[in-house]
Write a protein that binds this ligand. Structure first.
Ligand SMILES: Cc1cc2nc3c(=O)[nH]c(=O)nc-3n(C[C@H](O)[C@H](O)[C@H](O)COP(=O)(O)O)c2cc1C
Length: 197
């Protein structure tokens, strides 16, 4: 079995996302993100929305949340995309680097105003004790920026993924699922191999 027509696996991932969308996958940029709490060496996972920024992958988190704290101390992550309709999966491992303010603001500006206001009002790490207090905070934010640009709050942090290992998986007959592995080589290029099904 030959490696599919993929030279750069990050561009290959972006192509598979586009292909999944073309074939009707409703939200192909949704992935499961695993992070590690360095204090306890335990993983944790959750769903995130991944954005494509030219030829790299970025995502945003609230810095006060569990993953937000973990990423500040331990930048190693794993991501898993699974597209049910096309029966394909890509897993990615690597490190993340925080976006600088210019890039973070640029991508923040692409969010809807409603989502920006919620991000500013949300204390995602806290127990949701008082919905009315949240509603009032959000209303306050809305009034503060009536007809104005909504600024990105400092706790809304973007990360760029720098992958070191990607595995492409496609469903095959009788459990013979082809898998193509790409690992970062010492010279900065990629080494590819076909894995046993
Ligand atoms: C489809 C979907 C997309 C999501 N996208 C994000 C996201 O981009 N960033 C984020 O911080 N949380 C996102 N969430 C919420 C997270 O899954 C999670 O509940 C929240 O961030 C708290 O995570 P933590 O306590 O593990 O840090 C998304 C959830 C779903 C279901």
């Amino acid at each position: 079995m030959n490696t599919p027509d993929i030279v750069d696996p990050v561009l290959g991932l972006i192509d598979w996302i586009a292909a999944a969308r073309e074939r009707g996958e409703p939200d192909p940029q949704t992935a499961t993100l695993a992070t590690v709490d360095p204090a306890f060496a335990r993983p944790s996972v959750r769903t995130i929305s991944v954005q494509i920024d030219t030829d790299s992958l970025v995502f945003f988190v609230n810095a006060h949340t569990g993953k937000g704290q973990q990423l500040q101390w331990h930048p190693y992550v794993a991501l898993c995309f699974f597209w049910h309709g096309v029966q394909q999966q890509i897993t990615v491992e690597g490190v993340v680097e925080a976006l600088d303010a210019v890039d973070a603001d640029r991508l923040w500006a692409q969010r809807s105003r409603d989502s920006q206001l919620t991000a500013r009002s949300s204390q995602q790490q806290a127990v949701f004790g008082d919905p009315e207090a949240f509603r009032q905070r959000r209303e306050q934010e809305r009034h503060s920026y009536d007809f104005e640009h909504v600024p990105r709050p400092a706790h809304w942090v973007g990360y760029r993924l720098l992958p070191t290992r990607l595995e492409f998986w496609a469903a095959g007959w009788h459990r013979q699922h082809p898998r193509w592995l790409f690992e970062r080589a010492p010279d900065g290029g990629w080494q590819s191999s076909v894995q046993e099904p």
